[in-house]
Design a binder for this molecule. Structure first.
Ligand SMILES: Nc1ncnc2c1ncn2[C@@H]1O[C@H](COP(=O)(O)OP(=O)(O)OP(=O)(O)O)[C@@H](O)[C@H]1O
Length: 522
């Protein structure tokens, strides 16, 4: 409606003729009396009328974008080109959202891909397989794709394409509901093999991507999950096949982190009271049951949304990090914060029970014979020997805590994670990472660590070498096992790290989040 003032005058006239009631009197008053005395002169006596006439003026204005006039159609059409298409796109600085290539058999320049959600796709007028004859009247046949890409990138406003529609059939309906967690970082700008760098989608390890096209064996199209609602243009990512080939060949190195096998991850955690440095005496069980969620090559992991049901067990929480980073301290604080909710599994040992110790509280005390039998029966996730005694953590202890409807907190070396990566336990893996060496020097000024495993209370302060070891070891762990870490917490300020961890654990207990899709089928 853009004649509101006229209607209001008409209404006022009619109201004056009807029998007065409180409502009509009030409406008449609103239509004619000033409300705000200091409005512009026009509305001094009739502010509502002025408001309505402003409405009328605004509603008659044209706010649609002013499109440039369409260029004239070519006045000649070659006889053999009985099915050419003239497409005029009005383009801003946004890329066209299509890649082109030279067809090796015919030599023609063809549209290789149309990126989902991009300008070309939204127009619905340019399709894969279309032959590109001219852009803005400039013939393309004698040009290379490398020459055409900058022409397209620079063009703004009305861009006219002369194309011969391709014979390619419409792609079959795709299942748009494939979500994957990226297990590596990808930067298209650093990828020499991508057909068009600007069409690439940059992502980081841990990002959830929606795969929107797997038609091409080498380059898939995907959107970052956080962008899906915004319906942003899809980008090219290396297909699983391509990335597998690259990882296997370990090249080019810039696209993924090389493994540093030389780093020492050996040693069970302090919670086992075992030597941190004695790599020979500890063993880790690498295989356990089904459901290892296809994480042998860190590429893409198919995921689906998951929300814990009230009667389901809590996800096992695995805490890992380099020695001395604060895993034990964070675990201790979580236990203290809610002992009814969090719990730890009890390790087994063959050492003698001390007077103050209770069976099943500090340890399960067993004979050497039993322990060795259990090793043979693959009962332990991790076990080791220290000063002639065995220590080990069993899967049964973990299961016992989970069965009590408590959150089981387990600190493990990263190489144990894969053994626990099952649909039964659905481990949530938190990597505790040291801050920079400068922050370590500041925050750990007063911190003490055990100088030997025989000590009951820590007495030694951290040395420069300890800090350096912590940082180097953390880097090596991230390089080798980073794809398994669902959450990385930098332990600089202890209180802040604890709050971040507790909040994160609350979220996975209550909110919908992503888990490997193989975990959905127990
Ligand atoms: N953010 C922090 N600021 C200051 N001190 C810290 C911080 N985090 C941990 N500490 C202290 O550092 C010391 C080592 O921490 P903790 O025992 O938790 O290490 P850890 O990761 O369990 O190592 P290990 O694998 O050797 O058992 C403890 O004295 C702890 O209180």
């Amino acid at each position: 409606m853009f004649n509101a003032s006229y209607f209001s005058f008409q209404l006022a006239d009619e109201l004056r003729c009807v029998v007065a009631s409180p409502e009509t009197t009030e409406l008449l008053y609103l239509l004619s009396k000033p409300h705000v005395q200091f409005l512009i002169p026009l509305c001094f006596h009739y502010p509502l009328q002025a408001l309505l006439s402003v409405h009328d003026m605004v509603s008659q204005k044209e706010f649609d974008p002013r499109l440039p006039p369409l260029p004239p159609l070519p006045d000649y059409i070659e006889k053999e080109e009985d099915s050419i298409k003239i497409v005029c796109l009005v383009k801003n600085q946004e890329p066209l959202g299509a890649t082109i290539k030279r067809d090796e058999s015919t030599g023609a320049i063809v549209v290789a891909r149309v990126m989902r959600g991009g300008a070309a796709d939204r127009s619905g007028l340019i399709h894969e397989g279309d032959k590109l004859k001219e852009i803005n009247g400039v013939p393309m046949e004698d040009k290379n794709p490398e020459e055409i890409i900058p022409i397209l990138a620079k063009s703004e406003g009305a861009v006219t394409f002369k194309v011969i529609p391709g014979t390619k059939e419409e792609p079959e309906t795709l299942d748009n509901k494939i979500f994957v967690r990226a297990l590596f970082d990808y930067n298209p700008q650093a990828d020499p093999a991508i057909p068009c760098k600007d069409a690439g989608l940059e992502f980081w390890r841990g990002d959830v991507l929606q795969i929107v096209s797997q038609e091409d064996d080498t380059w898939w199209q995907a959107r970052r999950h956080s962008d899906v609602d915004a319906n942003l243009r899809a980008g090219l990512i290396p297909s699983r096949q391509l990335q597998e080939r690259r990882v296997t060949l370990q090249r080019p190195a810039v696209l993924f982190h090389p493994l540093r096998e030389s780093m020492i991850f050996a040693g069970l955690r302090k919670s086992f009271r075992l030597s941190q440095k004695d790599s020979k005496s500890q063993h880790v069980r690498q295989k356990m049951g089904k459901g290892n969620a296809g994480i042998h090559l860190p590429i893409y992991q198919e995921v689906l949304p998951y929300k814990r049901k009230p009667d389901e067990p809590y996800r096992l929480v695995l805490l890992t990090g380099p020695s001395g980073v604060g895993v034990t301290e964070l675990k201790r604080r979580l236990l203290l914060s809610d002992p009814e909710h969090f719990s730890v599994s009890v390790p087994y040992t063959t050492r003698e029970q001390k007077k103050h110790e209770k069976e099943g509280v500090e340890y399960h005390f067993v004979s050497k014979h039993t322990f060795e039998k259990d090793i043979l029966n693959h009962k332990f996730l991790e076990y080791g020997e220290y000063k002639g005694n065995y220590y080990g953590m069993s899967l049964d202890s973990v299961r016992r805590v989970v069965a009590e409807s408590k959150v089981c907190l387990l600190d493990v070396k990263p190489h144990t994670i894969t053994a626990l990566y099952t649909s039964e336990l659905k481990p949530y893996v938190v990597f505790v990472k040291p801050p920079s060496i400068e922050s370590l020097r500041l925050s750990r000024r007063k911190a003490k660590v055990l100088s030997s495993q025989n000590e009951q209370t820590p007495t030694k302060i951290f040395t420069e070498e300890d800090f350096q070891d912590m940082i180097t070891s953390a880097q090596a762990m991230e390089n080798k096992y980073g794809h398994l870490f669902e959450k990385v917490i930098i332990n600089d300020d202890l209180a802040m790290a604890f709050t971040e961890l507790r909040d994160e654990l609350t979220k996975i207990e209550t909110d919908t989040h992503w888990i490997p899709n193989t975990w959905a089928h127990v």
